[in-house]
Design a protein around this ligand. Structure first.
Ligand code: GLU
Length: 429
């Protein structure tokens, strides 16, 4: 077989945008504006390590668009990402906020570091250093960050505290994903995973599959995957396989249990970065297979909830014939060519910009609550999340059936069109 290189996240984002731009008949200026970031910042973050030595980390914030409102998107700590990945992720945030119909633009932040190798104090210095470099360019009315891969509520609090120290103001609406007792929204931690499970519920209903007669295999066991697994299990579904990265062994494993994995028991033996303790999993009676095995399971549902570029034309032939739906809980997990193969096989692919928009949707709720200093209950938040996810899913799904488009193609058409309209009304293009 020909060894085809997996496209980068940015190549994928560009291919998806170009296809949509052609379908919408966008002119040159609109394409030029939206194919590239509006602004980007790249900088050094020098910090002192606990042992007294100094180290310099690279940081970035890419603001892809603020045509519909303040730029919005998480900050990723990752040693192996590239600035092009951040550009792609920022662009996906713009489409995600637009498809969820939030009055927000899209952005993404990054620090090239591995927080697993840093002490909490060192992580705090990295967070504060990131804000110091950007204090003039972010804020509740301009650009609102949030957690992403390997960052969480405690990182958000350090960042908030630094901006408040610099500005001398209380600005809880500057950042979302804060802990609930620090101005965060109830339900934000669960939001991305729950949102993915809500669209999965709607997808299964449309396919005539009862959740309690279905099985799923998940890649990843970070925040998103854990809550997707919990909510899907609560719906009666059975998660039979979960893959995760082992930092110690520098490789991935898949843990399998035909009777259904207990997400709570598994979460108890998982570190904050989503690595499952293999000995603990063995004690639970789960079988350990290679990291790629999650893709080959005879299940109805695949939920990639880890990194970009995981389902490619090099492995689509390993996707089991029983699979009927792929829920993209991660950002950009399926390459465009691989998606075509899945669609040709009659598999429903619920795209990332829709499937994982629950996180930013509750971030928006958090922003509203923080800015007004008035907080809702968890039940209110989850009910509002469910209503929005369900409505967004059906708006896209109905149109796809009528127009013979994939869910991604339709979601992109709606999202890009909304952003272009905002740009036009502002007189930008
Ligand atoms: N990092 C999440 C995402 O990729 C959430 C972003 C946010 O809440 O702003 O959608």
């Amino acid at each position: 077989m020909l060894n085809v290189r997996t496209p980068t996240a940015l190549e994928t984002a560009h291919a998806q945008f170009d296809e949509t731009a052609a379908r919408l008949g966008l002119d040159e200026a609109a394409r030029d504006l939206l194919r590239n970031p509006l602004r980007e910042y790249q900088f050094a973050i020098p910090i002192q390590m606990d042992d007294g030595s100094s180290r310099v980390f690279r940081g970035a914030r890419v603001q892809h668009s603020d045509a519909r409102g303040p730029a919005k998107g998480g900050i990723r700590f990752h040693p192996n990402a590239t600035i092009d990945d951040v550009r792609a992720l920022a662009m996906w945030m713009t489409w995600k906020c637009a498809i969820a119909d939030l009055p927000l633009g899209g952005a993404k932040g990054w620090v090239q570091c591995d927080p697993r190798m840093l002490s909490p104090r060192e992580q705090e210095r990295v967070c504060r250093g990131w804000v110091r470099q950007l204090a003039r360019n972010v804020g509740p009315l301009t650009d609102v960050p949030a957690p992403d891969m390997m960052t969480s509520g405690r990182h958000m609090v350090w960042m908030l505290d630094e901006l408040e120290a610099i500005t001398g103001q209380k600005l809880p609406g500057f950042i979302t994903g804060k802990p609930v007792d620090m101005g965060g929204s109830p339900g934000r931690t669960e939001a991305t995973g729950f949102g993915a499970a809500f669209v999965l519920r709607e997808a299964l209903a449309g396919l005539g599959i009862a959740p309690d007669a279905s099985t799923a295999s998940i890649q990843g066991f970070g925040n998103v995957a854990q809550y997707a697994a919990r909510q899907y299990t609560a719906m009666g579904g059975r998660v039979v396989a979960i893959a995760c990265w082992s930092q110690r062994d520098q490789r991935a494993y898949t843990f399998v249990c035909e009777d259904g994995i207990d997400p709570d028991a598994l979460a108890r033996i998982t570190d904050p970065f989503g690595t499952i303790d293999a000995a603990g999993a063995a004690a639970l009676g789960y079988e350990k297979l290679p990291g790629t095995a999650w893709l080959e399971q005879p299940v109805d549902i695949l939920i990639p909830a880890a990194l970009e570029g995981q389902i490619t034309t090099a492995n689509t032939n390993r996707v089991h014939g029983r699979v009927k739906v792929v829920i993209e809980a991660a950002n950009g997990p399926t390459t465009p060519d691989a998606e075509r193969v899945l669609l040709d096989r009659g598999i429903l692919v619920v795209p990332d910009v829709l499937a994982n928009s629950g996180g930013v949707t509750v971030s928006y709720f958090e922003q509203v609550q923080s800015n007004t200093n008035f907080y809702w209950t968890r039940d209110e938040v989850i009910a509002k999340l469910d209503a929005r996810m369900t409505a967004a899913f059906h708006a896209v799904r109905q149109a796809t059936a009528a127009e013979d488009l994939s869910m991604r193609q339709k979601a992109y058409m709606i999202a890009v069109d909304r952003v272009v309209r905002a740009c036009r009304q502002r007189g930008w293009v």
